[in-house]
Design a protein around this ligand. Structure first.
Ligand SMILES: NC(=O)c1ccc[n+]([C@@H]2O[C@H](COP(=O)([O-])OP(=O)(O)OC[C@H]3O[C@@H](n4cnc5c(N)ncnc54)[C@H](OP(=O)(O)O)[C@@H]3O)[C@@H](O)[C@H]2O)c1
Length: 285
């Protein structure tokens, strides 16, 4: 996408939830470069402030707002503080998520519930609370960062997969409900991405996940910015992996047959990543 196309973001108020590192940080960087007014949300205040100071933006246009979306009052607070600071809301990007990996019985039930809370309940809450603010501006966009694990049931990540399926279903249904209102709900569903989310937990990442090509956080951020500006409901990326998840979803028997082949490929990719980390160590940002 050209910079000219992004000029529509100039002066728009964009909230990025999960903004201090990884995909959210790249989204914030791209939106700042396009002249948006930014509200940056994450739990860790120090890292968030340090990141905000690196953005190519007028400091008055960047509002670092530490918050934990696991707190049921956070959604209301984030939107109230956004409107108080910038006078309205144009774009909400729900990007923060948790992933406690492993077979369901191996994971603490409280950790599974926390995933449902942050990845799904908080996304529904923030999206719903954003709607009156978007209506007040005559329209706007919510972009959900989901996952290809939300497009095909993923053994080893069953609860995470369920939360991302939930986000996609909620978003498609709500986008239909809002037809003609000027408000759009969009979804970006990436395969593996080169962030700490996956690289710092490599041993527990499923081989199936790593069988797919890894995107960079900047590539996913580009897809998020495209989603704000373009008409398409969902971007499953990379496209070949997206097509494979569709096949796996409609033909589970075929998916079971293909899985050993894909897992072998994923194991080889994991070994390469671990060897690279052996040299440089996992990312700590
Ligand atoms: N990386 C992948 O392979 C991959 C693949 C598919 C989909 N995704 C999705 O992409 C999104 C972003 O992932 P990422 O890879 O960029 O992750 P990341 O590098 O771990 O960054 C996550 C960001 O969210 C913030 N955050 C986490 N929990 C939060 C909470 N409870 N409240 C507020 N902020 C919170 C983190 O800051 P604090 O820790 O300071 O709060 C951080 O800024 C997630 O929705 C993930 O499911 C990732």
């Amino acid at each position: 996408m050209s910079t000219a196309d992004r000029s529509a973001l100039r002066g728009r108020v964009v909230v990025v939830v999960g903004a201090s590192q990884g995909i959210g940080a790249e989204v914030a960087r791209a939106a700042a470069a396009a002249g948006a007014k930014l509200v940056l949300v994450a739990r860790g205040a120090e890292r968030l402030q340090a990141f905000a100071a690196t953005l190519p933006a007028n400091p008055a246009d960047v509002f670092a707002l530490p918050a934990d979306i696991a707190d049921p009052t956070a959604g209301r607070m984030i939107l109230e503080r956004t409107v108080a600071r910038f006078g309205g809301l144009d774009v909400l990007i729900n990007n923060a998520a948790l992933h406690h990996r492993g077979p369901v019985e191996s994971v603490d039930p409280e950790a599974l519930a926390a995933m449902v809370d942050v990845n799904l309940r908080a996304v529904v809450d923030l999206t719903t609370r954003a709607l009156p603010h978007l209506r007040a501006r005559g329209g706007g966009v919510v972009v959900q960062v989901a996952s290809l694990a939300g497009c095909v049931p993923t053994p080893g990540s069953a609860t995470y997969s369920a939360t991302k399926f939930g986000v996609r279903a909620f978003s498609r249904a709500l986008d239909e409900e809002l037809r003609g209102s000027g408000i759009r709900i969009k979804v970006v569903s990436p395969g593996p991405v080169d962030t700490g989310f996956i690289l710092d937990d490599l041993d527990r990442v499923t081989d199936l996940t790593l069988s797919q090509p890894m995107s960079t956080a900047a590539q996913v951020a580009d897809a998020v910015i495209d989603a704000i500006l373009n008409d398409r409901f969902e971007n499953k990326m990379p496209g070949t992996s997206g097509a494979l998840t569709t096949l796996g979803y409609v033909a589970p028997g075929l998916a079971r047959l293909l899985r050993p082949l894909l897992e072998r490929k994923g194991r080889a990719a994991k070994a390469r990543l671990k060897a690279a980390q052996g040299g440089a160590g996992p990312r700590s940002d």
